[in-house]
Design a protein around this ligand. Sequence first.
Ligand code: 2AM
Ligand code: CA
Ligand code: CA
Ligand code: CA
Length: 259
Amino acid sequence: MTATWGNIERQARLWMVEAGDRIKTALTEEVVISEKSGPDDLVTEVDQDIEAFFYEKISEAYPTHHFFGEEGVAQVLSSLEGTVWIVDPIDGTTNFIHQKRGFAISVAVYQGGEGMIGLIYDVMNEEFFHALKGEGAYLNDRLLPKVEQTSLSKAVVGINAGWLVGEHAAALTEVVRTSRGSRSYGSAALEMAYVATNRLNAYMSLNLSPWDYAAGAVILAEVGCKATRLDGTPLSMLEKGSLLASSSNLHEEIRRHLT
Ligand code: 2AM
Ligand code: CA
Ligand code: CA
Ligand code: CA
């Protein structure tokens, strides 16, 4: 018998809770940290262990499915054909290391490039965001309402402060200046989940990877939000790029400031 999306989603959630328990245990011990591209790009053995945990569980339960994760436990993916799991074992590794909170596990399942399942688990707060395509988005099993429409002047915008001092500062500063306020949480997955729950009205980033936004995009679609590149073009689940996530009217207003 082929597993239904609902069954796959329930199974994935069980694995994520188990992975979350492993992460909590790891936080009581010493964590080995390495730098990837530089001192602001870190990975720990926990990131790698948790990705391997998902890869083993998924390959055993669903041998025909493909796997795409940040830490390279599986081969790099070049096609979205078939069923693809897109996994970020710890989104917000800097928070994991420095704050021991404010990080999430992000798991998405795509079929032929279409997002079917989106799961984001805030491990330390025990907040589980989940969505199945066409069946709504939930926080800890409570259905989330469609997000409210807001103007930028009444919006709280999530943005990594680092983007406001770089070469793209001018356009982004204008958005932040016009907004009611801005926040930097340090986990793209959680910031997308916060847009879905109306805690943030928008989230923007200049450079993210598919595992950062794959699950968030499925959840946001279920609450009537848009998640695209900053220029409004569709997200790629194979290539890196920018992200703008918000309700549809605000999405348009922010893009007007960016041009
Ligand atoms: P990560 O913790 O899984 O690496 C931080 O603002 C957000 O951007 C996090 O979601 C983080 O994911 C992501 N990110 C993507 N590329 C990054 C990089 N090179 N360095 C730090 N954070 C990165
Ligand atoms: Ca990383
Ligand atoms: Ca990430
Ligand atoms: Ca990560």
